[in-house]
Design a protein around this ligand. Structure first.
Ligand SMILES: *Cc1c(COP(=O)(O)O)cnc(C)c1O
Length: 409
């Protein structure tokens, strides 16, 4: 494997660098979120999107209330995928539109969503459609319930070779396109008069660049247009999902929001009356989070060198789940408070692991970190999405990290 080319101090904002250096060792590891960075990024994303394109944030990427609050001025709403997220997001950012999606919604979750009056239901199956119709009639008689049907569409060409592609192959997500006509009939034949079919939802892959995302969006819109024409109905809303790429090997790179926005503008221009919606998670919040810690020990093993860091993948599971090296920067600490000798790396490259008793607890392999010593600080970037909240916190019972929200308004 090639060394991580991006390890270096350029990955940190000033606020993050200062806090990572200033915290006491016992206050590490810590998640550092730079909310000023998040606001600037979200504003840039918003500015790149044309009219008639709404931006929702997929809360599952990082639902910290401070993150949701910082994003709120720049997004049109939030996508939630469980009853837990629904209650949490409604409380953290009240009065903001919510789209409720996700497979396997329970009657209790749909009841809660009806009671909270969520703005959009993303319906994932015929069973769910019928359940929603019945519960709406029972709990919210007379009220209109806006529905988008989620489809698992074949978007072959655009997604060739994409490992996280979910569209067009067997998955538990959304309706099969073969069910489309039946589902539309259920929504238009008077069976469930309260349910109002507003459009189509799809979330078909993650890790796509702007060109691939635009190809997917065009295919989803074409599907919606065809379905609407076949049934002589209007499908004014098309949500094309999230999945905009974050390049962990090149943390300075960004999804090309300008090209994406221009492409979406062409799509809406071609379809007057169409409202597009996107719901990124990772590509909005990944860049605002860091996981700061220190090297506890540095040692050789069979020709390589390892630094064992305070914490590990039970706090930052992202590199283990995605199989990558988490980009990081080393902040040297010259002071060594102990009477015993300080271990240091003799080689130029060091593998960074955590404290867990499993060989899977690796945060980054063969990082260029010549002379890395115990006590030096290591700060991992791109830890603002699918990081703390996807990690197995209780494995081995180490203490939890601290949480610091910097740059609050
Ligand atoms: C996870 C998810 C998203 C966000 O995906 P990202 O890759 O974080 O952008 C959007 N929509 C749905 C339905 C999802 O499940």
């Amino acid at each position: 494997m090639t060394p991580n080319p991006s390890a270096g101090p350029a990955l940190l904002t000033d606020a993050v660098r200062e806090r990572a250096a200033y915290l006491a060792a016992d206050d590490l590891p810590a998640y550092l979120y730079d909310l000023a960075e998040l606001r600037a990024h979200a504003a840039a994303v918003r500015a790149a999107l044309p009219e008639r394109v709404e931006l929702y944030y997929a809360a599952k990427a990082n639902p910290e209330p401070e993150i949701l609050t910082a994003l709120a001025p720049y997004v049109d709403g939030f996508e939630v995928s469980s009853g837990g997220e629904l209650a949490h997001v409604r409380k953290a950012v009240p009065h903001r539109p919510l789209a409720f999606g996700g497979p396997g919604k329970t009657p209790a979750e749909i009841t809660a969503a009806l009671e909270l009056g969520v703005e959009r239901f993303h319906v994932e199956s015929e069973y769910e459609l019928r359940m929603l119709g019945h519960l709406a009639a029972e709990l919210a008689p007379g009220r209109t319930v806006p529905v988008l049907l989620r489809f698992n569409l074949p978007v072959g060409a655009a997604l060739e070779g994409n490992s996280l592609a979910m569209g067009g192959r067997p998955t538990p997500f959304g309706l099969d396109p073969a069910q489309a006509d039946g589902a539309v009939r259920l929504l238009t034949d008077g069976s469930h008069p309260q349910l109002e079919l507003r459009g189509i939802h799809a979330h078909l892959a993650s890790g796509l660049d702007a060109a691939a995302q635009l190809a997917v969006a065009a295919e989803v819109v074409a599907f919606a247009v065809g379905l609407a024409a076949r049934h002589g109905i209007a499908l004014p809303e098309v949500n094309v999902g999230g999945g905009m790429t974050v390049d962990y090997a090149d943390p300075g790179a960004r999804f090309d929001w300008t090209a994406y926005g221009a492409g979406l503008a062409r799509l809406t221009a071609a379809h007057p009356g169409l409202l597009l919606r996107i719901e990124p998670g990772r590509a909005l919040s990944a860049y605002c989070g860091w996981y700061a810690t220190e090297a506890l020990d540095v040692k050789p093993s069979h020709g390589e060198e390892f630094a064992v860091l305070r914490g590990g993948t039970h706090h930052l599971r992202t590199p283990a789940t995605k199989g990558h090296d988490q980009p990081c920067a080393v902040l040297p600490v010259d002071h060594w408070p102990h009477p015993w000798p300080r271990p240091a790396a003799g080689q130029d490259h060091v593998t960074l692991t955590g404290q867990l008793c499993t060989p899977k607890d690796v945060l980054a392999r063969r990082v260029p970190a010549p002379g890395l010593r115990a006590g030096d600080r290591v700060v991992f970037a791109l830890a603002g999405a699918y990081a703390w909240n996807i990690s197995h916190h209780d494995f081995l019972m180490h203490p939890r990290p601290g949480f610091h929200f910097l740059g609050s308004a």
